[in-house]
Design a protein around this ligand. Structure first.
Ligand SMILES: [Zn+2]
Length: 340
């Protein structure tokens, strides 16, 4: 993710009736600033995301729900913007505290991310090993990535009972209507929720004010419905979809509310164009596997973000291949690419 200069006014949300935010600090992940949970309306009271299972996060969530004038037991529905742990990590804690299985919805494409088996035996698949060989990730780096994935697994409780939702579904309440807008890219099942009366968009990690979200490469491609799925292509198409909505206020999964959606989307597009050119120039200098492009594209990347760097290079390379500006030279493994 890339930091941006502009910040937004956090008091914007106080002007919106019937929507409350709970912002949980994320120690160790300061670039995300906060994990935001939104409490929407009455009859039924709906949560958009739950935050991660960080120490103290559940107590913060409980306090935020009470500040909004509700009790935990009042929460009747949970909508997940996507299946990343910092968004669904506290679903099980909420259910346990409420003493019942609060219905929880996630897009079908992200279901596998939140269910139990993925966070145990299947957390690291053969597909992941094949992927690492394809990109030419050295063994010690693979080990580091694997450890990091394991660590992430501790920041959430897997949940078995999730309900599917699809683009166009509408979740209705006494004083609100949330329409599901499927916006694949950051993850294949990422969704925004659009409230047309108030012209609010709950954007998850698809739109964030202070950083550019990552369209992560999908390693576990066998889990996807569409074998042709390309994260960045999907992400840019999803931005186009959003630009057609009438939005006054964006409430993101991290950081502060955003008012200038059009300006932000234009900035995202320019960012990805620039990065794509950087990948192309590096390949033009020297055809090579993806891991060996890091030294040119992200020379200063911290050790912990190596996988992120690989993901960023790969998704931009996919776009270059689609545009006929790069090609696979040798399938390997490792796969070697060249610029055209
Ligand atoms: Zn995410």
């Amino acid at each position: 993710m890339v930091a941006r200069e502009e910040t937004q006014d956090p008091t914007l949300l106080s002007e919106v009736d019937g929507v409350h935010a709970v912002s949980i600090p994320l120690p160790g992940y300061s670039n995300l600033r906060t994990a935001n949970i939104y409490i929407v309306g009455h009859g039924p009271v709906t949560l958009v995301d739950t935050g991660p299972k960080f120490p103290g996060a559940f107590e913060e969530l409980r306090a935020g729900i009470e500040r909004a004038g509700f009790r935990l037991e009042d929460v009747e529905r949970i909508l997940l913007t996507h299946g990343h742990l910092d968004h669904f990590g506290l679903v099980r804690s909420l259910r346990e505290a409420a003493g019942r299985e609060i219905p929880c919805y996630v897009h079908a494409e992200d279901r596998w991310r939140v269910t139990a088996e993925v966070h145990h035996d299947e957390m690291w698949t053969e597909e992941a090993d094949r992927f690492m060989a394809m990109v030419d990730m050295p063994a010690e780096e693979v080990e580091r990535v694997r450890k990091r994935f394991e660590l992430f697994g501790l920041l959430c409780d897997p949940i078995q009972d999730v309900l599917p939702m699809e683009d166009g579904d509408v979740f209705q309440g006494e004083d609100y209507r949330l329409a599901v807008v499927h916006t694949p890219g950051h993850s294949a099942g990422a969704c925004c929720f659009y409230e047309p009366e108030r012209r609010i968009l709950f954007s998850g990690d698809h739109v964030i004010g202070h950083i550019t979200p990552n369209p992560f490469v999908e390693i576990s491609r066998s889990r996807l419905r569409d074998p042709q799925y390309r994260s960045l292509k999907a992400y840019l198409d999803s931005l186009d979809r959003l630009s057609r909505l009438d939005v006054r206020l964006v409430l993101p999964g991290h950081g502060e509310p955003v008012t200038d959606l059009a300006g932000l989307l234009a900035g995202y597009r320019a960012h990805h164009e620039q990065r794509k050119e950087k990948v192309w120039e590096a390949l033009r200098r020297d055809p090579r596997p993806i891991f060996r492009l890091i030294q040119d594209v992200f020379p200063e990347v911290p050790e912990d973000d190596i996988f992120l760097a690989v993901s960023e290079i790969l998704v931009h390379l996919e776009l270059l291949i689609d545009e006929g500006r790069a090609e696979l030279l040798d399938p390997g493994p490792p796969a070697t690419f060249r610029a055209l």
